[in-house]
Write a protein that binds this ligand. Sequence first.
Ligand code: KG4
Ligand code: ZN
Length: 323
Amino acid sequence: MILAIETSCDETAAALIDAGGCLRANVVSSQAELHARFGGVVPEVASRRHLELISPVVQSAMDEAKLSFEQLDGVAVTQGPGLIGALLVGISAAKAIAWARGLPLIPVDHLLGHVAALYLEPVALEPPFLCLLTSGGHTLLLDVQEHASFRLLGTTLDDAAGEAFDKGARMLGLGYPGGAALDRLAREGDSSAYSFPVARLDGLNFSFSGLKTALFYEVRGLESGELERRRADLAASYQRAIVRALVERTLQAAEKIGAGQIAVAGGVAANSELREALSGAALAPIELCTDNAAMIASAARYLKPLKLPGYLGLDAYASRQLA
Ligand code: KG4
Ligand code: ZN
């Protein structure tokens, strides 16, 4: 039985997975409301909140699975990328639990975690596959040949797709984080009302900054009171442009590497239009798209555990070079 902890951004999460890969508990406590009035995640506020939540969240996962700490075989934790202060809370908690019980520790990369959400039931995907990993921090096309590693095929040159959703939502007055709210509003709008640009770059890379600027000028050009009337059309057209960019590039990448299977993971994979456009792909279940510890537990099954005392010096990383 592995206990997994995830605190890389503004979700405090703990999960338990058994040796057969079956999830026994999955608890996520979101801090989104706490950060909403700042219009984004405030790192120091996030760290302090993680500190308050980590023990109760771990305990409620243990309660949900009806397990005691004696029954654990290892502790997994997100090491990075993410907010350093936030990551350190999870890492410190994981080290403390592992050390107290003499258990091995399994550091997990957050991006590999998002991919590993696809290994869980009911998707239960097996490599090889092409993965579109699209979240608030990353937009990546990955060639996944083995469970625990991947090769980078393409990435965003500026904003991540989730960031484009959140910034667009903010311009439309939808609050933070606005991706899901924009998705809902877009359903009421006409996606052909506005023609937003889809960046077409060389290779398999993405760019969303031009699109964001285009929305800014459209919103700024509206007479007062008109925004309310055009909001759903703007949301639908803006979302269409993001989804188009993601789908086009993903299909190009699949063709380029001759992928037999396409998969989609990460927070933006919860988007209804993207799910419909790639309905033939393996889609991570919606509750496992946004940050959670179940995906960290899933990745941990394929990684080498570190023994005591080697892991006591383990540190977090904010970002990493993707090869
Ligand atoms: O994977 P995630 O929870 O955190 C990171 O690792 O970044 O992704 C969060 C991102 C946010 O930008 C959020 O707005 C976006 O995923 N998101 C969505 C939807 N649900 C969450 N974007 C578009 N449509 C959605 N339904
Ligand atoms: Zn994430």
